[in-house]
Design a protein around this ligand. Structure first.
Ligand SMILES: Nc1ncnc2c1ncn2[C@@H]1O[C@H](COP(=O)(O)OP(=O)(O)OP(=O)(O)O)[C@@H](O)[C@H]1O
Ligand SMILES: [Mg+2]
Length: 400
């Protein structure tokens, strides 16, 4: 029988074995169950570095929601500012699904008229409803005031009322939530605040880069009471080991202990890197055994593959000046570092590079750590920058 490579490096690609997230998934399942039984729960924001498995986790919870007959919509926020119209479309789809039964039509009537007003204001989209609801008149003056905080609250509440009356739970899965504009995040939180007060069955599961916790806190002082912020991190040793070993078991392929230790050391237990290394090591295997020789031999391909995909697509999004700033960070040696240290490396003042710092945070390259220092959102990005610019003089040897 031909062996097939079971590893899945890629954006949001479900791994053959989802390691180390059992507690988080169980907690999400409980939350769904509670809200389905009318008990208000905090929504969740999963935050962590690039490639740590946030999207995979979100999709897993989505699957669970699906199994439990929860109605849901998945949104991926982008930098292009389309969140408002995405929300209009999502609410439209949910309302349409909830109103297919004739006896429910009357509850949905008001919600659809509110949504129509919202949609005229924010997306000018064509609306297609089941059950000939197209002739409902928009509720002018409700969700079309132009004040997004009010308008989003209006459509979500009127939809929440329909959900409650029809015994539905509605979930929004929102990925890349750090790209929400401050105004949008504030609106989402205001709506959620009101939804909880009215005990409406709506939950949000969001995922994003670490800066989201700060953004949410800046938007509303009660963010912590609305959302549970859940850190998604690299995998602990035993979990990382499972992420490598389990996908191979089906085909009777084994790892030696030394090979496992070597890969975990090189990858720092980051899920994306584990998948990539597993994939490359698999291709070097002989006799259904992945040993130390084989993983050492695969190391070049592992790095080459990361460099040309995972790292490069991100690097290419930076401008020349942004790249200079990031090289300045690498020159600092140990990360995180302060902006004063970066300025020092660049031979300039912190003030002059302040805007660059903000730009890089906005674009999701770097984030401010809890002590106000900065670090990369992409694990081992410093090592990559050093590989493509080996002449950089740094304080410590950081080669991979
Ligand atoms: N718990 C896990 N166990 C094993 N592999 C995982 C796990 N979580 C994620 N992966 C693998 O890691 C890779 C990255 O996952 P994912 O795209 O979900 O990360 P992410 O945090 O959403 O990254 P980004 O911030 O770039 O969107 C995928 O190849 C996926 O198969
Ligand atoms: Mg993702």
């Amino acid at each position: 029988m031909n062996l097939y490579n079971p590893y899945t490096p890629g954006a949001g690609f479900p791994p053959s074995f989802l390691a180390g997230r059992d507690d988080t998934i169980e907690n999400a399942e409980q939350t769904l169950l509670y809200v389905q039984n009318g008990i208000v729960q905090r929504s969740k924001i999963y935050y962590g570095l690039r490639g740590v498995g946030k999207t995979v986790l979100l999709n897993k919870i989505e699957e669970m929601a699906d199994d439990n007959l929860v109605m849901y919509e998945h949104l991926e926020v982008s930098e292009d500012g389309s969140f408002k119209s995405m929300m209009a479309t999502s609410v439209q789809k949910l309302l349409t699904q909830m109103s297919v039964k004739a006896e429910i039509k009357q509850f949905a009537h008001k919600a659809i008229s509110v949504l129509k007003a919202f949609q005229i204001k924010y997306s000018q989209g064509n609306m297609e409803y089941s059950f000939n609801m197209g002739d409902i008149i928009p509720a002018y003056g409700t969700a079309d005031t132009g004040q997004f905080e009010n308008d989003l609250k209006e459509i979500l509440i009127s939809m929440g009322v329909v959900a409650k009356k029809t015994d539905n739970l509605v979930c929004f899965f929102i990925d890349e939530v750090q790209y929400l504009k401050q105004e949008e995040l504030t609106a989402l939180m205001t709506a959620l605040h009101r939804i909880n007060q009215k005990q409406l069955p709506i939950l949000i599961f969001a995922a994003g880069l670490p800066k989201i916790a700060k953004l949410a806190g800046d938007s509303k002082s009660y963010a912590e009471r609305l959302f549970e912020f859940v850190s998604v991190d690299s995998l602990k040793y035993e979990d990382a080991k499972q992420a490598l070993v389990e996908p191979a078991l089906d085909q009777n392929v084994q790892y030696t202990q030394e090979a496992i230790d070597y890969i975990i050391e090189a990858t720092g237990g980051y899920p994306y890197f584990l998948q990539e290394y597993g994939k490359q090591a698999w291709d070097k295997m002989t006799d259904r055994c992945i040993d130390l020789n084989c993983v050492k031999e695969a190391r070049r391909d592992f790095i080459y593959s990361l460099d040309k995909s995972f790292f490069k697509v991100r690097y290419d999004r930076a401008t020349k000046r942004e790249k200079d700033f990031m090289f300045g960070m690498v020159k600092c040696g140990d990360l995180p570092c302060t902006i004063a240290e970066v300025a020092n490396q660049m031979g300039t003042t912190p003030k002059s590079i302040g805007p660059l710092r903000s730009q890089l945070i906005h674009k999701g390259f770097i984030y401010a750590t809890s002590y106000g220092e900065i670090d990369f959102t992409v694990p081992q990005f410093d090592k990559y920058l050093l590989r493509i610019n080996p002449d950089l003089i740094i304080d410590k040897d950081r080669t991979m």
